[in-house]
Design a protein around this ligand. Sequence first.
Ligand SMILES: [Zn+2]
Length: 200
Amino acid sequence: MSTASSRQAWTLALLLALPACDRPPAPPASTPSMEVAFSPHGGCTEAVVAALEKATGSVLVQAYSFTSAPIAKALVEAHRRGVRVEVILDKSQRTEKYSSADFVAHAGIPTLIDAKHAIAHNKVMVIDGKTVVTGSFNFTKAAEEHNAENLLVIQDPALAEKYAANWKLHAAHSESYAGRGSEAEEPLLKPREKGVESPR
Ligand SMILES: [Zn+2]
């Protein structure tokens, strides 16, 4: 065996031995990655829903206006499969007609109103402590269909930690919101009937 092929054999042996060694491989997820979507009709709502469908542990939401049926539905579905979902909304959501705020509150998702500011203008989701969804995009039908908006989906645990800390800061001075009316009054979508699309 030549020296070169012997070295190759050694390299191969080392590579094969690597998975068995005690040291865990470097996590590929540690490198932040980003995706962007733009509205109108550029995939913002789909990107939020796709991120929520992957949630396994927790979702922290900060929203200014919140009327998107697909996003509300994805939050409720996450809640029902055991993901800890918590929502902070601007005080304007108290007075909007039956909104997603009422829908998620009625579904049993802890919902808070942050009335400490002129407006609570954040549009943020922190998913599983590693994914941040944010941008100008409000979680609304208008933002999806009529506005010029942008939305970033960022995979970065260190950044997610900062957003989660800010979420907690606002949660601490927010008030619990029980929702108005009842599910039967004017439901955004029928919570117990999966696969039924909202007309809105
Ligand atoms: Zn606040």
